[in-house]
Design a protein around this ligand. Structure first.
Ligand code: NDP
Length: 417
């Protein structure tokens, strides 16, 4: 078993060597790791219109994240320096208290056909209900390959909202996110719905409000594992309540959660806009935007829970195209979609713990500016060993900005041979 002690202080090559001791990489993944292979231009050019190049972001790992008694290496893609450090910190503390437990209640995607201009809304609803089985068969006939995989359309639900009759189709899309699959099914049933309702169809499209794909992550942290102990734990529960009652705080509380979630979603090549849209809608489910996580004290432990829609995929979209995404799945050990959903929720909860702990104790600026110092040093033009020298001098000062970084670098260069 490799030692991850002091992992963040090692060189990139040392980190890769440690990962390679533990993981059995395919030759392709090894090449990606060793040569920093990126999305090839010809593939990128086929993925989007008006392509002119590719755009890189740092990729990192948080090793040893304990979820459901298994240890995972989480790949993260983010430009924000403090995200990886915070997630690493939280995952170590939570790991020492038993790690995360996750559960996936269901994994169905929802699509909708909106009907309007109906002579009689209630009658149209009743008629469509009578033909439910036929409509489900028609949906399956529009994307038959998913049946062979054990998935397919499962249910129809109807709702009247003002003068719209909305038909919701629920489908098991197995390992995919299912947008195209559901859209095929909806397009397939649309003409029949129009015929049955004697109205018109305004649109047929997947809903990103994936309330039938909920995942929950929980953790229980012993007071003596939390710096500041019970006092800090109590303040974290207060911070959790604040995010329930104040939307201004809730938005920032949830942004912190998404620092972890987006980094993992992006690394796995998933549609992060879809995940964000669904989760923010869920945060507002009772009409007020609220924090997605909750923290409470049970016995001598701080208990955190995060429930959110997580229609994350392991196949489909651009997932198979980017070598770095393939590498991310190798690092994760090729989880299925439900397992990956649990890992994403755990990353969100860990990130939330780290942010709340910092906020209710030292504040987040100390840690942020410590990491930001390196970026400022590089922006000022520092290279190689000078980056850490300038960053260190910045950290020693009261206030850091680009001007100070430039001055420090200028002084340093004057004194260099
Ligand atoms: P794809 O269209 O790539 O479909 C996934 C395909 O993967 C399936 O058609 C299936 O093909 C194949 N597959 C292989 N193995 C499996 C498996 N085990 N389980 C399920 N499918 C499997 O992707 P999605 O339908 O998932 O759509 C996602 C894409 O749609 C994303 O790129 C997203 O950005 C985009 N999108 C998002 C929208 C939104 O969020 N509102 C709207 C429209 C598009 P087969 O069974 O035929 O072999």
């Amino acid at each position: 078993m490799p030692s991850y002690s002091g992992f963040h202080k090692k060189t990139r090559q040392e980190r890769l060597d440690i990962l390679m001791q533990e993981k059995t990489f395919t030759p392709e993944a090894l090449e990606t790791l060793n040569t920093d292979r990126n999305l090839p231009e010809p593939i990128a050019g086929q993925m989007v219109e008006n392509h002119i190049g590719t755009f890189a972001l740092p990729m990192s790992v948080v090793p040893e994240m304990l979820v459901n008694n298994e240890t995972y290496t989480l790949p993260l893609v983010t430009e924000e320096p403090s995200v990886v450090a915070a997630l690493n910190y939280a995952s170590q503390i939570i790991g020492k208290s038993g790690g995360f437990a996750t559960s996936v209640q269901n994994r169905l995607m929802i699509g909708q056909v909106a009907l309007y201009d109906l002579p009689d809304l209630e009658e149209a609803k009743a008629t469509i209900c009578q033909h439910k089985a036929e409509i489900i068969d028609l949906a399956n006939a529009s994307h038959p390959s998913i049946l062979k995989r054990g998935g397919g359309a499962r249910d129809l639900r109807l709702d009247i909202k003002e003068d719209f009759l909305i038909v919701y189709l629920l489908a098991d899309v197995k390992e995919a996110m299912g947008a195209n699959m559901i859209n095929n099914m909806l397009e397939g049933i649309k003409p029949y719905l129009v015929e049955l309702s004697q109205g018109q169809a305004l649109m047929a499209i997947l809903s990103n409000y994936a309330t039938e794909s909920l995942v929950t992550a929980t953790c229980r942290i012993a007071f003596d594992r939390i710096p500041g102990g019970q006092e800090t734990a109590k303040k974290i529960t207060l911070a959790s309540r604040l995010a329930q009652v104040d939307p201004y705080r809730a938005a920032t509380h949830n942004k912190g959660i998404f620092n972890g979630i987006d980094a993992l979603v992006l690394a796995t090549g998933n549609d992060w806009r879809a995940i964000e849209a669904g989760c923010h809608a869920y945060a507002c489910q009772d009409g007020q935007y609220r924090g997605l996580s909750s923290w409470s004290i049970v016995d001598d432990q701080l208990v955190g829970t995060l429930t959110l829609p997580m229609p994350i995929a392991t196949v489909g979209g651009s997932i198979g195209l980017n070598p770095k995404v393939k590498l991310a799945f190798e690092l994760l050990g090729h989880p299925d979609a439900k397992t990956l959903a649990g890992l994403v929720a755990s990353a969100g909860l860990a990130q939330n713990f780290a942010a709340l702990r910092a906020l209710v104790t030292t504040g987040i600026q100390a840690g942020h500016m410590k990491l930001q110092a390196k970026s400022l040093a590089m922006l000022a033009g520092a290279q190689g060993d000078d980056i850490e020298i300038v960053a260190q001098k910045l950290r020693e000062g009261q206030h850091t900005n680009l001007e100070k970084a430039k001055n420090i670098l200028e002084e340093l260069r004057k004194n260099q041979p």
